[in-house]
Design a protein around this ligand. Sequence first.
Ligand code: FAD
Length: 473
Amino acid sequence: MRSNPADYELIAPGSVQAIVSLLAKEPGVWLPIAGGTDVMVQYAAGKLSARKLVSIWNLPELRSIEVTAGEICIGAGCTYTDLSGNEVIEREFPLLHSAARCTGGVANQNRGTIGGNIVNASPAADSLPALLAYDAELALVSVRGERRLPYEGFHTGYKKTLLAPDELVQALCLPRRFSEYFSYSRKVGARNAQAIAKLCIAALGLVGGGVVEDVRIAMGSVAPVPLRLIETERTVRGKAIDSDLLLLARTSAAAEIRPIDDIRSTARYRSVVAGNLVVEFLNRLSSDQRGARVGVKDVLADWNRLAVDQAISVIQPCCGSRVWAKAMVTGRPFADEAALLAASDQVWRNLARSDWMEAFRSHPRIGESRARSAESEAPAVTSPDQSVEWSAQEQRGVEDAAAAVKRALMEANREYERRFDRIFIVCATGKSAPEILEILRRRLNNDAETELHEGAEQQRQITQIRLKKWLQG
Ligand SMILES: Cc1cc2nc3c(=O)[nH]c(=O)nc-3n(C[C@H](O)[C@H](O)[C@H](O)COP(=O)(O)OP(=O)(O)OC[C@H]3O[C@@H](n4cnc5c(N)ncnc54)[C@H](O)[C@@H]3O)c2cc1C
């Protein structure tokens, strides 16, 4: 280690207010240190010019993730582990989620913060193209108060930003309007993990009526700052994705970036790969159903127009209760997915117990593929093919279970049926066989009333997942 610790001072005032007061008193003298994963590399290399460090690590004001109807605001002090563990980020901001998961190794993800990534301002940083694609805004704080500015434009040159010397990044806020977009990201490096990118891309796209409705493409390591490919976006917007457009997009991307030769790669390599990545993104966008916002809208609009009987049979596989299906059909037209999901919950909660039971009977036992009624062991009345297929997908975690676990599940299922006189219902999506077994054993201790409501809640969750799948075609 070439730096001498005795030359440095580190303090931890413990609140944002105290820290910004300190920065205001001696602007440019105190260097904030969050996770230290960039600062300590400079320190170890003897290149850390600041001698006075102020810790902003783990301050509650910088470590929260707040979700409102319109946006998600992520505290600048959130680590990559915080980001990848957040459900809303995983579901609605997959580009940021995957960037968090491929930044360094686990130790780095536990310590490195998103604020540090932004202010460190490396053009190769993994999360920054995602922030550009998602149209992020930054919330900055100082003794002068707070200000918000678009993240795009925050980096003014290589390792230069609009942050004033007395300011901290408090949070970054992403609008919640991209969840229907197809998303695509790639990190091209010597390895998938523990490697700085030679090039990275984060892109979002929407196809409607056979043409690109909207597209947002951002890249890292292709210019002195993380770059949005505005010209390439303009080139493809409003056009059908065909071989002519792919060629145009490739040429435009190569013209728009400003790559350099450095220790990780060459400008020429980066130019060729940037074009390849844009082409791969557009190819996937054109073939991925989820890229088409009209996919969800069309499915719903078509269903809104169907005759009553047909509409019932289409929606029935999402929930085996006929009364539920009829009420949903009566509630048409639904404007969007959110309205449909909310109506489903409301109808379900107000159903009679016998209707809940009917829905329960439409499921196969965990570990089986066909629905059976508990009483007769005969296949249940309503088990349309779509429902069978979804059940198989939901129970994927059980398929590969060890024989002993499967046997234990079978025995616990029988015990459950003896005790409650119906089959065990659990929202199995994403759960492994041992997890399901543990839940099943725990629920065997419930009294009848508690268990009925627990089963109903599980069915509610299953229905929500199936409705979303159905809408996505
Ligand atoms: C082994 C290793 C692997 C890595 N792999 C990757 C990788 O794959 N991808 C990648 O993008 N990066 C990688 N990095 C870089 C680093 O981990 C990230 O840039 C990280 O996000 C930095 O966050 P930090 O909290 O550690 O920042 P720090 O080192 O604490 O700070 C970095 C800079 O940001 C400033 N700063 C931090 N927070 C704020 C704030 N809230 N307001 C104002 N200024 C602030 C500091 O003053 C400093 O100038 C790696 C680093 C290491 C050591």
